[in-house]
Ligand binder design. Structure first.
Ligand code: NAP
Length: 292
């Protein structure tokens, strides 16, 4: 595989990545269903870099990061970790809402590119919505697209009302994904956001898919997992990604966990497993989309 990195211009937005990756909405890219989250990875840089590299070798090609994480420090860890492997991954990063004006989005992207030591971000997201007008942020995203600095753009923590506005501004077929809080103990996204995104061909990326780690030691999940001869986190992830439009980005700086998480895609939950999960972790509707 040809490499391209910080000082090596890449050739286009063609679909690359893990064998068996899934179409990532309108982007033409094939993303692994289980990716690699990076929030709080700065706690142990060496372990973080080793975990990311091993994850890529095991087939995860979707790295999720953000300018917010470690105040740019996590992007820098990612940049170093993927050195020599840039063409094997899709990089997703996010602009903070306080930087989401037209001019500041352009500046934020430049900083992220420098931190990541790359010439482009594959999918650039608005981390969550605040006061900056969406028109301005999307105008900046369009400029970044034209300049080849990003390959696609998307949103995060968008409820249906925000999504409707986003599509009205950006036009159909342009929002690459909506990244939302979604795990077995927080299934509110299933009521409106998931069906809306499915109907509009927008992938949903489940963040904190392990309930920030709490599902690893959940007794009910442990029982279900034992009956299936799988690890609890594998059941938790497979339940989400069994729907083809849903991707998950668990974070781990532990190589054993990283491998376990990636292998979750190979599981097939039985109807009995699903019934047991539905009983132990019922979906509850909320008045608005929850976020961390
Ligand atoms: P998470 O992925 O649900 O859980 C992470 C925790 O689970 C870590 O403590 C990790 O510990 C543990 N873990 C991972 N795999 C495990 C396994 N197989 N067995 C046992 N424990 C395991 O939580 P998260 O980091 O909040 O969310 C994931 C990613 O989503 C973030 O890193 C970030 O990239 C993204 N995110 C986005 C937003 C947003 O607003 N868009 C918000 C939050 C998060 P070890 O490291 O020891 O394995």
């Amino acid at each position: 595989m040809a490499e391209h990195g910080a000082d090596n211009k890449s050739s286009g937005g063609e679909a690359r990545g893990a064998a068996g990756g899934r179409a990532f909405g309108p982007t033409g890219m094939l993303f692994s269903a289980v990716g690699l989250g990076t929030w709080r990875l700065e706690a142990d840089e060496r372990a973080a870099a080793a975990a990311l590299r091993r994850g890529i070798e095991e087939g995860a090609n979707h790295i999720d990061t953000a300018e917010m994480y470690g105040n740019g420090g996590v992007e820098r860890i990612v940049g170093k970790a993927i050195r020599g492997m840039r063409d094997r991954v899709f990089l997703v990063s996010k602009v903070l809402p306080c930087n989401a004006s037209f001019a500041n989005t352009l500046l934020a992207c430049e900083r992220s590119l420098k931190n990541l030591a790359t010439d482009h971000i594959d999918v650039y997201l608005l981390h969550w919505r605040e006061r900056a007008p969406l028109e301005e942020t999307f105008r900046a995203f369009d400029k970044l697209l034209q300049d080849g600095k990003i390959r696609a753009f998307g949103v995060s923590n968008f409820d249906v009302k925000d999504l409707e506005e986003a599509i009205r501004i950006a036009g159909p077929g342009r929002i690459a994904c909506n990244q939302v809080l979604y795990h077995l103990k927080e299934r509110a996204a299933e009521f409106e956001v998931l069906p809306w995104c499915a109907a509009h061909g927008i992938p949903v990326v489940a963040y904190s898919p392990l309930g920030e780690g709490s599902l690893a030691s959940d007794p009910a999940l442990a029982g279900i997992a034992a009956a299936s001869n799988a690890a609890p986190c594998q059941i938790a992830l497979n339940f989400l990604i069994r729907c083809k439009g849903v991707f998950a980005i668990p974070k781990s700086s532990n190589i054993r966990h990283v491998i376990e998480n990636i292998q979750a895609e190979a599981l097939t939950l039985t109807e009995r497993d699903i019934e047991r999960i539905e009983t132990a972790f019922p979906a509850r509707r909320k008045t608005s989309l929850p976020m961390l």
